[in-house]
Design a binder for this molecule. Sequence first.
Ligand code: NAP
Length: 252
Amino acid sequence: MILDKFSLKDKVAVVTGANTGLGQGISVALAQAGAKVCGAARRSCEDTAKKIEDFGGEFKEIIADLSDRKSVDILLSEALEAYGRVDILVNNAGMILREDSVNVSDEYWYKVIELNQNTVFFLCREFGKHFISQGGGKIINIASMLSFQGGIRVASYCASKSAVAGLTKALANEWAKYNINVNAIAPGYMATNNTSQLRSDEDRSEAIIERIPAGRWGTPEDIAGAAVFLSSEASSYINGFTLAVDGGWLAR
Ligand code: NAP
């Protein structure tokens, strides 16, 4: 039956940036759909663990700084040690730095590119090897409106998120034959720490809401359905697609 294809029962998911915001929303949603979730971040994920354990779900925290290359191997090995397999990787951890491009230092540029782009590729590569040997898997990369648009004062973020959309297509082409679906979700303007600076600027926040056909900021719950769908068997013939969850922002 069709709803059974959305179930993640007996699946194991690794979600990066799982202690707050969209990563927390995705972790809770995958767990509600039946997956055991390993959530990674530099700080504790206890809030996410509690939300999941409250309804009887399973969550394992992995403390790791994903700007450090060694963390890539740690994520896979700890998830395998905990649950014996991994079926789903959600590359959600990311950062944004807002600055006029003429003032962006080399250090700031590399910091954003390292986490948002390089780590995403290295995680895809290592989990991809595992998925090939296992006979399949699902990868969801978190992209952005700035995978499609230029934004304002966010050159490094825009470059990295455009790379995420391209990488998603490139890997999907290579790995579809191994029963691996690589797709992306492009959230619109969501109320999380990532956008607190924008939301605290009343004029800017109002201008953004005015441009969103749905007339409001999105929430972590808003991307839950897309995350479960792209993690599940229901999406097995979807490859290399970046799905916007944006209240209509791109349609405008
Ligand atoms: P957020 O609230 O700032 O959360 C970022 C998450 O990433 C946190 O869990 C953070 O945990 C983790 N993280 C950051 N640096 C890390 C590192 N070096 N190693 C490990 N974990 C790290 O942001 P969000 O809004 O939920 O964003 C999640 C994703 O969605 C990002 O990729 C973002 O670019 C994307 N996105 C957001 C929006 C939006 O409107 N909010 C729109 C489009 C795309 P720790 O700090 O504890 O490490």
